[in-house]
Structure formats: structure tokens, C-alpha cells
Design a protein around this ligand. Structure first.
Ligand SMILES: *Cc1c(COP(=O)(O)O)cnc(C)c1O
Length: 411
């Protein structure tokens, strides 16, 4: 029996936890597929999916069972020794995504850091960039995590202010504009080792770049011998209606960064994938992580990926996404409160018709929560809608009704 109320648990977090998040005031206690329940037993549709980590749905029985099996057998050895899961997992993932090698990490930010380190090392050792001069190009509005280096090249003042001094060696260009990238490459191409990009900018507010942008960037990278580094931590693993968002333009990344749904929300697992010409710049002792590649993580992630394939989640996300945007577009036309709906697959954003500083999106999310649907505003007045990909069409229709009802009664 649970003896706490939601308010008591919120108070505990307020008092004893660092205030580095501003949660919607619900206390979740249980999850199954596309739904979660709070401590009082109220049911919600989860329209955030832990920032797309739970694409496979909450507590997917196959992933949970795999975790239980492995938990009772072996969890952590460190990479001081080989373990009986890592090799099989690496073979599985590299074959699935078409790369020679995988480097296992835990959080998304760590995997991004890993890719940046590999890119720089490749820049000096293979591209022969003069020492200390390597540049990595990033995009305005990017979100790649929270480490000191990653926030150094963010434009989000909230994320970077007073965390300085910042890491050098990054140039930021306009997102979605391949001419801007061409220009930097023309000026600094011989010193640029990597171009780091999100195929859709998730945190920034689900910005979908113009069609052909990613392909044009890939071509520019090839022309200038620059590594194309795709951060698919949020867009990957079927979220946008393909296994990877870069698959829409048949882009082949030099490095692919995965996280979040790689483990279906069961355990933190991230990875960097690359071919030998890039990955082999890393030698023993030059990079690592105590938990990276542990047998529990490997068993969970392999099962989580297999679930995505077996349940055709990419196709599902593609079809349900088209349906969802069509229905939402009708609401955008109907309600002055809404400005636009955009996205790909089941990664979508509803733009609220108000100033970026106003509280309207937040208040609308609180109203949605009261009506049984959980979503969270991202930058400005933008609400991300990203349910688990296992949501059924009937459930999605129910959710659209909740959004409509909430809009009708919203003041
Ligand atoms: C969430 C996210 C990250 C960071 O992942 P963490 O696991 O939170 O460190 C990096 N890049 C993108 C695109 C993300 O959405």
C-alpha cells in the first residue's frame, strides 16, 4: 500500500531535490504501453514518452523479461574483461544500421561527447588538421545534452549562462540552410572535422528542415572530407516513421549517435556507430566508461531494437503520424488558440498562438493533464506531442478528442 499523496511526494522533491526541472504536477507510479497512472490511480495517455525514450511503450513485457533474466545472471563486469553479451549486441546493432563498429556508452550526452572526441581525433590523425585547430560545425538551435562542452555550443541562454568558460572549436550555422554550411566549409573546410546535426530539431520545438537539406549537407561533407555526424538520439529508433530520420533522404552518416529508445526506457543505453576508418582512431585507454557496454545494457538494448522491428513500429509511426497531423490540422483551422502543427511520424509539435514568453502552452498542458493526457511545452509556446509508438489508432483518436475538448474549454 502506498501511504503518500501526490502533493506529499511533490513536496519531498521540492525540499530534497535540486530544482533543475519544472515538472507538470502529476506523480506517476505505473505505466503500461501508451498509458501511465499517477499515485492516486488516475489514468493518462503519455504524449511525451520520456522525450522519446519509451517508443516501445512503458514496461514492454519482452524488454522487462529480458532485463529480469540478465539481472539474475550478470550485470556489470567493466570493460577490463570481455562479457558474454557485448559482442553479440555489437554485431546485431552494426548489422542493423550498416556500420563496421559500435562504441557503447550510457547517456545521450556521453555518446555525443564520444562522437565529438572521435571526430577531433580523426581530424588530426586522418585528415591531418594542424594541432589544436580542429573545428566542428553545429547548428543554431541545437540540443545535444548538458555537459560543459555540449552547452558551450548551445544558443540557449538558459542552458549555458554562467557555466562558462566554454569549450572552443565550434562554429554554429543556421539550421536548415545548406548554403550557410557551404559558406563555412568554403572558408574553413580544411580545418573542419565534423558536422553535428539533428535530422529534426526536437528540443528546439520539432523543427523539420526543408526536404533535401540533409542530403545536401551530406554531399557538402563528402566534398570537404568532413564527418557527417547524425544525432538521432531523439529522432531515431522509429520515432519519425523510419528506423532513422536520415533514412527519408537516404543519407549515410559517418557517425550515428543513438540513445533514449535504444533501451525502450528500461535502462540508460547510448551508442556511437561508425566505420573502421573513423572508429579505429580510438585505441585502448583513450576513451571509455565503467558502465558502457555492460551485459545488462546490451541484453536490454538488443531486445528493445528487436521489439521495434517485430512490431513494425516505424511503419506504425509513419501512418499514425500522418493521421494525427491531418486531424490536428482541422483543429488548427478551427481554434484561434492554435497556430500550426508540424512534425514527422509521431514526433510532432503544436504551436500555440501567443508570445514565446506567455504561459499559454504551460497552462494548456496543465489542462490536458486534468483531462488525462500528459505533454510538456518545449521552447517558447510549442507543445511536443510524442506518444509511445505502440499506441493504437483507437487510442490516438481518443487522445485527439481529449485535445479538442481541452481546447473548447480553455480560457
Ligand atoms: C535527449 C537528447 C540528448 C541527450 O541525451 P541524454 O540522455 O539526456 O544525455 C542529445 N541529443 C538529442 C537530440 C536529444 O534529444
Amino acid at each position: 500500500m502506498n501511504t503518500f499523496t501526490s502533493q506529499e511526494l511533490i513536496d519531498l522533491e521540492e525540499k530534497y531535490g535540486a530544482h533543475n526541472y519544472h515538472p507538470i504536477p502529476v506523480v506517476l507510479d505505473k505505466g503500461k504501453e501508451a498509458k501511465v497512472w499517477d499515485i492516486e490511480g488516475k489514468e493518462y495517455f503519455d504524449f511525451l514518452s520520456a522525450y522519446s525514450a519509451v517508443n516501445q511503450g512503458h514496461c514492454h513485457p519482452r524488454i522487462v523479461n529480458k532485463a529480469k533474466e540478465q539481472l539474475e545472471k550478470l550485470t556489470l563486469t567493466s570493460r577490463a574483461f570481455y562479457n558474454s553479451e557485448l559482442g553479440k549486441y555489437e554485431q546485431y546493432v552494426t548489422q542493423l544500421f550498416g556500420f563496421d563498429k559500435l562504441l557503447p556508452m550510457n547517456s545521450g550526452a556521453e555518446a555525443v561527447e564520444t562522437a565529438l572526441k572521435i571526430a577531433r581525433k580523426w581530424g588530426y590523425e586522418v585528415k591531418q588538421i594542424p594541432n589544436d585547430e580542429a573545428i566542428i560545425v553545429v547548428c543554431d538551435g541545437n540540443f545535444h545534452g548538458r555537459t560543459t562542452t555540449i552547452i558551450s555550443f548551445s544558443n540557449d541562454e538558459e542552458a549555458r549562462k554562467n557555466f562558462n568558460p566554454y569549450t572552443k572549436g565550434f562554429i554554429s550555422v543556421e539550421y536548415g540552410n545548406h548554403d550557410a554550411l557551404a559558406e563555412v566549409f568554403a572558408t574553413h573546410g580544411d580545418k573542419i572535422c565534423g558536422f553535428l546535426v539533428e535530422p529534426i530539431q526536437g528540443e528546439a520545438g520539432v523543427y523539420v528542415p526543408p526536404a533535401g537539406y540533409l542530403k545536401a549537407c551530406e554531399t557538402l561533407c563528402k566534398e570537404h572530407n568532413v564527418l557527417f555526424i547524425a544525432d538521432e538520439i531523439q529522432t531515431g529508433i522509429a520515432r519519425t516513421g523510419k528506423m532513422l530520420a536520415i533514412d527519408y533522404e537516404e543519407v549515410e552518416a559517418s557517425m550515428l549517435i543513438l540513445g533514449k529508445a535504444l533501451s525502450g526506457g528500461v535502462y540508460p543505453v547510448s551508442a556511437v556507430l561508425a566505420n573502421d576508418d573513423v572508429m579505429n582512431v580510438i585505441k585502448p585507454g583513450q576513451h571509455g566508461s565503467t558502465y558502457g557496454g555492460n551485459p545488462l545494457a546490451c541484453a536490454i538494448a538488443q531486445e528493445a531494437l528487436q521489439v521495434v522491428l517485430d512490431e513494425n513500429l516505424a511503419e506504425k509511426a509513419f501512418e499514425l503520424g500522418n493521421f494525427f497531423r491531418d486531424e490536428m490540422q482541422k483543429m488548427v483551422d478551427e481554434f484561434a488558440l492554435f497556430k500550426a502543427i508540424r512534425g514527422k511520424g509521431l514526433l510532432n509539435a503544436l504551436l500555440i498562438n501567443d508570445t514565446p514568453e506567455s504561459e499559454t502552452a504551460w497552462n494548456f498542458c496543465v489542462a490536458l493533464a486534468k483531462n488525462g493526457l500528459l505533454a510538456k511545452p518545449t521552447h517558447g509556446n510549442i507543445i511536443r506531442f510524442a506518444p509511445p509508438l505502440v499506441i493504437t489508432k483507437d487510442q490516438l483518436i481518443e487522445c485527439i478528442e481529449i485535445i479538442r475538448k481541452t481546447a473548447q474549454n480553455f480560457k
